[in-house]
Design a protein around this ligand. Structure first.
Ligand code: NAD
Ligand code: LMR
Length: 342
């Protein structure tokens, strides 16, 4: 059901040079990575530089190393042009004319912190970036990785609303890592290649708001015991914390997030490019539940989110998980909206 990550670079007629490249893709896309010099930003940019649909990769960050990251990536023999943009005075130029703006800018967790503890620092970063998207690339799709995702998407949405350019189809919270993790863990349990596993993860992106719908896994999860299903569910919900603890103060997931972010970005571009049946879970404006934003499978198309597929049938345990998630999700959304309206 879910689209798989990156098309292999080998599929691109690189040996014939960039000129021939355009024959394999119908359109050319400018992709911005905001926060490009960070733990996620660098490997994400590395993966996007290999994406056949990207013709311009604009790297934006505050860090002094940013022009160097761009220079480094520009030596890769793939067609995408890479530009580096450092500091707020170069932000407009980075964003101008973008088709897709992927945002991993902001601080990550340290052990003992919740994602909500990042709100005070990251809220203004996402607000300021959204303002520039509104003025420089109002039709761009924003894919927000920055935590807490549950609150950052409402912030960006409110900013775009205020600017009069909001299109709910074009603002996505990136929850792909939850799906990637669920597939990895199920692959391990079932003893199968995880790339052949498909499972929706719905709700939001933090703790109890992460709801793996294991009953819809294809193939079915080989766990008959409800206790083991509960343990797997909780492992997926707490997988971010597992990485934060393992990195022992060195930050949170970066490499798996870059992989997941590149997959989501690739799917957005494939949708823009006219491919049909591109499906990913993403946290989007929603009327599926009482929460104004909710993650579940969506079809990505020429305008971003073409269709919300909802979450299908939940078993009794998953319905309980949804019930438990709702107060937290509603609170996170309100926090974001209140901040942006201030
Ligand atoms: P990091 O500290 O390694 O990198 C963040 C980068 O953002 C840095 O290079 C920093 O200079 C840059 N930055 C800070 N303020 C900026 C601004 N105003 N404009 C542009 N760039 C700015 O952190 P990281 O590990 O890459 O994580 C980034 C964010 O992604 C965190 O908030 C983290 O919690 C989140 N995250 C989300 C998911 C998810 O599944 N959605 C997964 C992992 C991490
Ligand atoms: C994750 O799920 O890995 C990210 O949200 C980062 C974090 O803080 O856990």
């Amino acid at each position: 059901m879910f689209s798989r990550a990156l098309k292999p670079v080998a599929a691109v007629a690189v040996q014939n040079g960039a000129k021939n490249f355009s024959t394999t893709s119908q359109r050319n896309y400018k992709v911005v990575v905001a926060g490009a010099s960070g733990g996620i930003g660098q490997p994400l940019s590395l993966l996007l530089k290999q994406n056949a649909l990207v013709t311009h990769l604009a790297l934006y960050d505050l860090a002094p190393v940013t022009p160097g990251v761009a220079c480094d990536l520009s030596h890769m023999d793939t067609p995408a042009k890479v530009t580096g943009h450092k500091g707020p005075e170069q932000l407009a130029d980075a964003i101008k004319g973008a088709d897709l703006v992927v945002i991993p800018a902001g601080v990550p967790r340290k052990p003992g912190m919740t994602r909500d503890d990042l709100f005070n620092t990251n809220a203004s970063i996402v607000r300021d970036l959204a303002n520039v998207v509104a003025s420089q690339a109002p039709k761009a799709i924003m894919a927000i990785i920055t935590n807490p995702v549950n609150s950052m998407v409402p912030i960006a949405s409110e900013v775009l609303k205020k600017a009069g350019v909001y299109d709910p189809k074009r603002v996505l919270g990136v929850t792909t890592l939850d799906v990637v993790r669920a597939c990895a863990f199920i692959g391990e349990i079932n003893g199968v290649n995880p790339t052949n596993v498909s499972v929706p993860v719905i709700g939001g992106h933090s703790g109890v708001t992460i709801i793996p719908v294991l009953s819809q896994s294809q193939p079915a999860v080989k766990l008959s015991d409800q206790g083991k299903i509960k343990a797997l569910t909780e492992r997926i919900q707490e997988a971010g914390t597992e990485v934060v603890k393992a990195k022992a103060g060195g930050g949170s997931a970066t490499l798996s997030m870059a992989y997941a972010g590149a997959r989501l970005a690739g799917s957005v571009l494939r949708g823009l490019n006219g491919e049909s049946n591109v499906v990913e879970c993403a946290y989007v404006k929603s009327d599926i539940t009482e929460a104004a934003y909710f993650a579940n499978p969506v079809v990505l198309g020429k305008n971003g989110v073409e269709k919300n597929l909802g979450y299908g049938k939940l078993n009794a345990y998953e319905q309980e998980l949804l019930k438990a998630a709702m107060p937290e999700l509603l609170k996170n959304i309100k926090t974001g909206e209140d901040f942006a309206k201030k």
